[in-house]
Design a protein around this ligand. Structure first.
Ligand SMILES: [Zn+2]
Ligand SMILES: [Zn+2]
Ligand SMILES: [Zn+2]
Ligand SMILES: [Zn+2]
Length: 249
């Protein structure tokens, strides 16, 4: 980053919260600029005079020209982007923090390497190991499960969800969004009653940015099998055997 950009960034730091300001930027009676969230306070943090409704449009314009460093700069990210792109980058940044997704009661967050250790230490019941994982589907099972598959030394989430008479399988690659195209997955559904009956699907993986399974299903990029079809694969015990396989695309 160049020196001028650094100097301008310095003037864009809110004197109250020390985060970079972006529009709307407000001023106090004596002219100090302040970010929108700190403007909600009663008085200017610098001179204690009242805050006004007056905006600092010149500084707002400057904020749209300058390049902002990524929030993860301390962790090693060198990326600097204009204000309208930096928030999008934070979602896919290689140095972003990953939240634990295997339990809704767990609030753990950390780097991707730490995430792997966390999963093996705390959620090993939800880990499947190997490219080919055999599993079973039952009508009365919970209508949503999430597990982590370790394959090719990489981590993937596998979601299985029953919604509106359809059963869905979706896979997310945990890592850099640009690497998601390196992988795909297959679902094989079979029955021990008829050797000639099987269903096979091949589908792309998602990145791990979306955290709501319904959004992933709504994107259409997932394996979808109507329940009435799936039920024809159940054995005497009401169980459907299937295999999920992570593949290199
Ligand atoms: Zn502030
Ligand atoms: Zn002031
Ligand atoms: Zn970054
Ligand atoms: Zn956890």
């Amino acid at each position: 980053m160049n020196v001028l950009n650094d100097k301008v960034l310095e003037t864009l730091k809110c004197p109250s919260c020390f985060l970079y300001m972006k529009g709307p930027i407000y001023v106090c009676l004596s002219g100090h600029s302040i970010c929108r969230s700190c403007w909600m306070a009663n008085s200017c943090p610098v001179c204690k005079l009242a805050l006004t409704d007056t905006r600092n449009f010149s500084l707002e314009t400057v904020s749209t020209i300058v390049y902002y460093p990524c929030n993860n700069v301390e962790s090693g990210c060198q990326q600097c982007l204009p204000i309208e792109e930096i928030d999008e980058h934070h979602l896919i940044c290689d140095y972003r923090s990953y939240a634990c997704r295997l339990s809704k009661y767990c609030s753990w967050e950390g780097t991707r390497d730490e995430l792997k250790k966390h999963y093996f230490a705390k959620h090993d019941n939800n880990i499947l190991i190997g490219r080919e994982c055999f599993s079973l589907w039952k009508q009365e099972k919970p209508d949503y499960t999430i597990n982590m598959i370790m394959a090719f030394d990489e981590m993937f989430y596998v979601h299985v969800k029953r919604r509106n008479d359809i059963n869905y399988w979706a896979v997310q690659y945990i890592g850099r969004s640009e690497d998601v195209i390196l992988f795909c997955f297959e679902v094989h559904i079979f029955t021990d009653q008829f050797n000639d009956r099987k269903l096979e699907f091949s589908e792309i993986c998602h990145d791990d940015v979306k955290d709501d399974i319904d959004d992933i299903i709504d994107s259409g990029f997932c394996v979808a099998v109507p329940l009435n079809v799936l039920e024809t694969y159940t054995n005497m015990e009401g169980v459907v055997f299937y295999k999920i396989e992570i593949k290199r695309a």
